[in-house]
Ligand binder design. Structure first.
Ligand code: FAD
Length: 499
């Protein structure tokens, strides 16, 4: 397939002419090499121009894709560095005020950074982490004399704002790489109405992107300049951060990082995939992949997971239906959520509902609620509903919740709060505070689906919900061994370990 190409990143730029003194290649050759790299639909040129001819390295500012292997942004940085005959260094800025992040999130992230450093070292690529208050990007790029900066992509509001700010502040080129989706998100050119509209597009594009990563070694090893400030990933990244919310504790059952993610993936494809389609609907058994926290932090890319599942299905054709069911979640629903956040500026507000949903919500705004709970009642699992309380306990103590329970959990928040605005606000607050995979497009899409009927259709009318799909405790609890699930949640986290 031929993709629409971007304007040449170099042509007509005077600096180009000088940059060949470094490489010994002709300016046209380098221009052609870089232009070919930008033809990749994963790549976006955020700031045009030629690499700094006095630059001493290519920098990848790693923000979303926190992994040293299976990362298209690392591969691109290595290729550009080879064309420029320069080493590559990856930079991670440990900021202390990431929106809604608390100790639980940072501890998981911290574990992942150890794997990043190790995996990059094996590829002769440098890694520097600087934590607040030493995390200024501009300072780092100047310290190492970056010739060009590569970044990654994240459709969420704040990280996108940072990228735009950086693009306007930098005087060297800045390209980003969409490596945390299987199908590059810009190829799905507009907001999708539902899984049924994005699915055929993804199915058409998928064969072009189900290809292994290159995992190239750096052409020139990076040597750390003497005196360069670097913080250790083996120490607590949060030490001394006085403003950080430390009330949400790390969860011992989860270990962050690429190596733990790959271990779980191997176990999943070898022992669990076969039964995924039915087991994924049973909250009381360990039946789903548990990849969501790793995907959220970029410790693993969705393509790595998709390729492992595809490989298993090739070896054992009986796994094909399971592969299709899994791809429907990992690629169709997950990339629908990315599309939703990318094209919906108010993705975390009740205002993002479709018109039919807004109408039915307005019609039922004054319906009497049988139970009304305050945020603290919900947070501390103090409701009349044991099944809901068990789900809330799983969230708070385990940092994760089963998909079936997430649906039920969010729908009850709509039922038990005074209005839809409050319901969305409480659900997102709890989702982002406690889940390791929170603060993610999937969370905003999930809450919008459950409370606002987004990506769903209108159902039979009933009090409070109007035409938004309803879930009752009795029917939800009958579909699996809910007694066992509630019992398990009483002993969390000590007796439930995923690994
Ligand atoms: C109200 C609500 C809130 C949610 N909040 C989050 C959240 O904060 N973060 C998050 O990652 N997911 C969220 N989800 C989606 C889903 O519940 C989780 O992704 C899934 O339970 C994670 O478990 P798993 O990795 O074992 O999934 P598996 O069943 O093994 O699926 C594999 C991957 O597919 C993707 N996936 C699975 N189900 C969905 C789905 N319904 N929508 C989008 N992608 C999906 C996930 O990336 C998941 O890791 C939410 C869903 C709802 C209804």
């Amino acid at each position: 397939m031929v993709w629409e190409s971007q304007p040449s990143p170099l042509r007509n730029d005077e600096d180009t002419r000088r940059s060949f003194i470094m490489t010994g290649t002709s300016s046209d050759e380098l221009d052609a090499t870089l232009a070919a790299l930008t033809n990749d639909p994963r790549v976006t040129i955020r700031r045009n121009g030629a690499p700094d001819p006095d630059g001493r390295c290519v920098v990848y500012w790693m923000q979303r894709a926190q992994r040293g292997q299976d990362n298209h942004a690392v591969d691109l940085a290595v290729k550009i560095a080879a064309a420029l005959d320069l080493p590559v260094v990856v930079y991670f800025a440990g900021i202390s005020n990431f929106p809604h992040a608390n100790l639980r999130h940072y501890a998981f992230l911290n574990q992942g950074l150890v794997d990043v450093e190790e995996d990059l070292a094996a590829r002769d690529i440098g890694f520097v982490m600087r934590r607040a208050p030493h995390e200024s990007h501009e300072r780092f790029f100047a310290d190492v004399q970056a010739a060009i900066v590569i970044g990654d992509e994240n459709p969420m509001r704040e990280p996108e704002r940072w990228r735009k700010q950086l693009a306007s502040a930098l005087e060297i080129p800045f390209w980003t790489v969409d490596t945390d989706v299987v199908v590059p998100s810009k190829l799905i050119e507009k907001a999708q109405y539902g899984a049924y509209t994005i699915r055929p597009r993804i199915q058409r594009l998928l064969p072009d992107f189900l290809h292994p990563y290159e995992n190239l070694k750096a052409h020139r090893p990076w040597r750390r300049p003497g005196g360069l400030h670097t913080d250790s990933v083996h120490e607590d990244i949060t030490r001394g951060w006085k403003e950080l919310d430390r009330s949400v504790e790390p969860v011992a059952a989860w270990r962050g990082g690429t190596h733990a993610a790959l271990k779980r993936l191997r176990y999943f494809t070898a022992h669990m995939l076969e039964h995924y389609d039915t087991a994924r609907n049973k909250p009381e058994i360990d039946g789903s992949s548990c990849m969501s926290p790793y995907l959220h932090f970029g410790h693993i890319g969705p393509l790595t997971i998709a390729l492992a599942v595809e490989e298993a299905a090739k070896k054992h054709p009986k796994l094909r239906p399971a592969r299709d069911a899994y791809f429907n979640e990992l690629i169709v629903w997950r990339e629908l959520a990315v599309n939703f956040v990318k094209y919906t500026p108010n993705y975390d507000s009740h205002e993002c509902a479709e018109n039919w949903a807004k109408e039915t919500i307005a019609e039922h705004a004054r319906d009497e609620r049988e139970f009304l709970y305050k945020l603290a009642d919900l947070e501390h699992a103090k409701t009349h509903d044991d099944l809901w309380n068990a789900a809330q306990t799983q969230m708070v103590r385990h940092g994760w919740m089963h998909n079936v329970m997430r649906m039920y959990w969010a729908k009850k928040i709509l039922e038990w709060t005074p209005d839809v605005k409050t319901a969305v606000k409480y659900a997102i607050h709890l989702n982002d505070k406690y889940f390791l995979d929170g603060r993610d497009p999937n969370g905003y899409a999930g809450v919008a689906w459950a409370i606002l009927g987004k990506f769903d259709r209108a159902w039979g009318e009933r009090p409070v919900f109007g035409k938004i799909r309803y879930m009752s405790g009795a029917s939800t609890g009958r579909k699996f061994d809910s007694k066992k699930y509630m019992q398990q949640m009483k002993v969390l986290p000590e007796q439930v370990s995923l690994f």
